[in-house]
Design a protein around this ligand. Structure first.
Ligand code: CA
Length: 249
């Protein structure tokens, strides 16, 4: 991609469709107003079932999903989105009324890309939305590598597909980015901070434990036995290491 193309893609962002799923009309209105100011197209759903319907029909570029919804919870909606191949990588920003860590971790485990605790400032929300869209729309530089293939692991960086022994593996965008960074830095000990810095970048509110959650999910997706990982190794007290020699075993 040239710089001009990158700029064009970036400047197209304001036309992107954002779906806000929230049963409280005041919050829906607030989000709607603020994102419209930024020239986003905003769709609204007051419950999970309606949200799934709108996602199917309107194909939004990002979903802002409240955790506490009547009938189908935000977590359920997130899980369903992740299960369907056509929405497996649809960016999800989770809203949570509780600042409890358990909720955040559960949200991330379910495949949310980020979360925001209520009450939030509209400016913070807009910044998060833009950051998530930027990550999902601008492929980060892969140093020219399009395809990685070693042992049973095959990754296509341009189509965001991952295969283990020929079988397609479903990863969220974050898990994919994490795998990409690990693969590009084989056999090097990478600290949580390094991983946060390279994979999460300028998101200042990310807890280092987020890395552990994503590593766990990545292992579940690609390792033969995620309890005895052979590729993505823990380096006690420091961080993680991708052992690419184990791929040839
Ligand atoms: Ca709610």
């Amino acid at each position: 991609m040239t710089l001009v193309e990158a700029f064009e893609r970036f400047s197209l962002m304001p036309g992107r469709k954002i779906l806000i799923v929230e049963d409280e009309p005041d919050i829906r209105k607030l989000v709607h107003y603020n994102l419209t100011q930024e020239r986003f197209k905003v769709l609204e759903a007051e419950d999970g079932e309606k949200a799934l319907k709108i996602v199917r029909q309107e194909k939004p570029d990002l979903v802002i999903l409240d955790l506490m919804l009547p009938s189908l919870s935000g977590l359920e909606v997130c899980r369903i989105l992740r299960e369907r191949p056509e929405t497996a990588r649809l960016p999800v920003l989770m809203l949570t009324a509780k600042a409890g860590e358990a909720d955040r971790v559960v949200g991330l485990e379910m495949g949310a890309d980020d979360y925001l605790t209520k009450p939030f400032s509209p400016r913070e929300l807009t910044a998060r939305v833009k950051a998530i869209l930027r990550r999902s729309e601008l492929p980060s530089p892969t140093e020219g590598i399009e395809l990685y293939e070693k042992g049973p692991l095959k990754i296509n960086f341009s189509t965001y597909e991952t295969f283990v022994s020929g079988k397609a593996v479903r990863l969220t965008l974050k898990e994919f980015e994490l795998l990409r960074f690990l693969v590009q830095n084989p056999n090097r000990v990478l600290s949580r901070d390094q991983l946060l810095d390279r994979v999460w970048g300028s998101e200042v509110f990310v807890d280092p434990r987020t890395v552990d959650v994503h590593i766990r999910r990545l292992r579940k997706a690609i390792e033969k036995n995620d309890r005895k990982p052979e590729w993505v190794l823990t380096v006690r007290g420091v961080g993680y290491k991708f052992d690419d020699r184990a791929l040839d075993k």
